[in-house]
Design a protein around this ligand. Sequence first.
Ligand code: ADP
Ligand code: MG
Ligand code: MG
Length: 877
Amino acid sequence: MANKWVYLFTEGNATMRNLLGGKGANLAEMTNLGLPVPQGFTITTEACTQYYEDGQKINDEIMGQIMDHINKMEEITGKKFGDKENPLLVSVRSGARASMPGMMDTILNLGLNEEVVEVLAEKSGNPRWAYDCYRRFIQMFSDVVMEVGKKYFEALIDEMKKDKGVKQDVELTAEDLKELANQFKAEYKAKIGEEFPSDPKVQLVEAIKAVFRSWDNPRANVYRRDNDIPYSWGTAVNVQMMAFGNMGDTSGTGVAFTRDPATGEKKLMGEFLMNAQGEDVVAGVRTPQHIDQLKQVMPEVYDEFVDICHKLEDHYRDMQDMEFTIENRKLYMLQTRNGKRTAFAALKIACDLVDEGMIDEAKAVSMIEPRNLDTLLHPTFDPEALKKATPIGKGLAASPGAASGQIVFTAEEAKEWADAGKKVVLVRLETSPEDIEGMKASQGILTVRGGMTSHAAVVARGMGTCCVSGVSEIVMDEENKQFELGGKTFHEGDVISFDGTTGNIYDGAIATREAQIAGEFGRIMSWADKYRRLKVRTNADTPADAKKARELGAEGIGLCRTEHMFFEGERIDAFREMICSDTVEDREKALEKILPVQQGDFEKLYEALEGNPVTIRFLDPPLHEFVPTEEAEIEKLAHTQGKSVAQIKAIIASLHEFNPMMGHRGLRLAVTYPEIAVMQTKAVIRAAINVAKVHPDWNLKPEIMIPLSSDAKELKFVKDIVVKTADEEIARAGSDIKYEVGTMIEIPRACLTADEIAKEAEFFCFGTNDLTQMTFGFSRDDAGKFLNAYYDKKIFENDPFAKLDQVGVGKLMKMAIELGKKARPELHVGICGEHGGDPSSVEFCHKIGLDYVSCSPFRVPIARLAAAQAAIAEKRN
Ligand code: ADP
Ligand code: MG
Ligand code: MG
């Protein structure tokens, strides 16, 4: 049988989201539930993929099915495309598997032409409505299908309004709108060089293709990369009969959430506009009314809507985000989806749903987007500092958090300034989807126009960036890059602060404070801990970091980088002496100075971890990173070493490497200078013995990790030094402390020979930063220069340094674990690269049977949650 590429709304349901996209699947589900949904059909995501496979063409089979379904739709609705009696108008809407709000395109009122608009005007007795639809359609079609910028049409509207002496679009008359439609068509012809297409079927096919194309537009690509949505998924296209919110004062359109998406509070939240259509509500053109006011405006419609809200929430068992339109007092549902929400709201809603008996704890844990927790771990304003600050203005608290930074007025500048290391806040009249990268680069977003569901608000909440919207007190002068607020003029570069939780805006910078895990956050995390199998450790070099990580739930240190300890104060001097020594004796003398300092650091770490495991990695970076570059420092070193400046410079020059990341580093340093490993072993073992004396109940068992091994013999050489030194120290102290020696796995050869390596290592820890670099053969420090080209050309969808390459690097990891455990069944294995805190990578680590992941302190909660979700998903399957 031929493939089925098109489904009527009555043929689908919510479980078909992969095929029909989220919007299509839910339109079908709402239809099945008996809700008032304008009928139509969905062209599948597979048709989109096929369209790209066929070289951006809709093949005959798909086209045939689309045409069939137009006929079916005409039967169902009793209207016909281009009809002189009862013409059918439709919307053409994108809708991917995962919701990507505002990233792709929609066209409304399709099916209009010179004749049809006259029919509509006449038959309805509402010419204003007919021409309003027409001018909107021409504008949207031109913009979306032919890429004639919106701005040309907006300029014509503005001119018309000025001419007529009116402020708002709704004040324009039927005649004005008719004239506008003519101007729009002329504009189209001027820009495109052809007449505006009048055949509704041609319009439809072009619109469908445009929606397919919009899957590949730059902002959609950026959004997908940020949200881990594969390119291969494609978007579905929904063709739906129009419901008209622009028929006059008994019509309107709106959006609503069943719970507050900012706080999670259980109350209907949303906005509507009378005599409006589509994006009018979110575009911030007119200021919308709060959904509660619908009760006064149209009580029956309000009651019906509230009823539907309850029905939908009970059905989906999650907070719903809905779009609706009222056509002449008749309510239509146009969309429902699980609403985007702040991390804060996500936690509250999940806990509330458990308390309401709607879902169980496992479901609650699965509902939270791990990466969003990040926003809760970001700073808020220091309450003391905040008390002293006086607000200079107030807007809507659109996305919580605290922002403090220098003002910029465009998204491009936001990105440029942020790339240059500045903290910026983006201040705009309103934002649009093109601004997305600049918004991401900003500490916060402040907009003059727009409500809680404006583009800025929705996108900011999704990104977890602080946003205050609708600050109508601002007198904006975007052209001259300045604005007035609270009697003061602010220019580009001035510093302001604002609070996305209260909506308050302040002049100048305000100190911020770090977040804590408490309340609902604590509840969800404790549920997560019940389900996860993976342990979560942290990468921490200092007791302060370790303490922070422990507060966030870390169960040990998976990576303590000892080299960071060499940089402070006088240690660096001693270390440089060591590097510049000519003999082993001199080197040992210099290392003697470092030993007690390093031992002291380790003691403090053991204290801070209270008996939890601590993996200490021996010196890793190439030595040139430690030598001085400044003349005065070089002179100082020459003096202490009793050498000439020239001699020191010669030593420094000798450390130069053409390819330092593949150079004299890692355990290669211990092969050439075993005394370094001896000193570090002494420091670790002595520290552990000392702390164990005070806390015998902690059962301290130091874990010594040797970096960068690629060969079993090489590792054995260094391990033997460590073991000999450690055993001597333990015997001398009369202690019975146990310790482990393991290695980092960061070189493909180590994976390939993991059975050999495991004979010398009691544990493995994947250093996936280096392993990724070595496997791909490109530098993690320079890959940024060409990765963008790889994204553009669809070679890569993600940065392999941020999201583990499961296909290649992952295969090496699996091989290493298998070989390693064959040689040493009790081998324990972890990961301590950046990937240890990336949700999808954590899931992979769960699947391949790692014992723990280790990540930076602020990612610990993310890893805990991701690990729990991986375990829950595994059980479910
Ligand atoms: P997005 O995914 O960006 O939200 P939508 O496809 O939902 O895009 O459409 C954008 C707007 O157009 C929505 O506000 C919706 O209410 C309106 N709209 C879409 N289809 C129809 C329709 N058939 N009748 C009336 N309004 C519609
Ligand atoms: Mg929508
Ligand atoms: Mg490394």
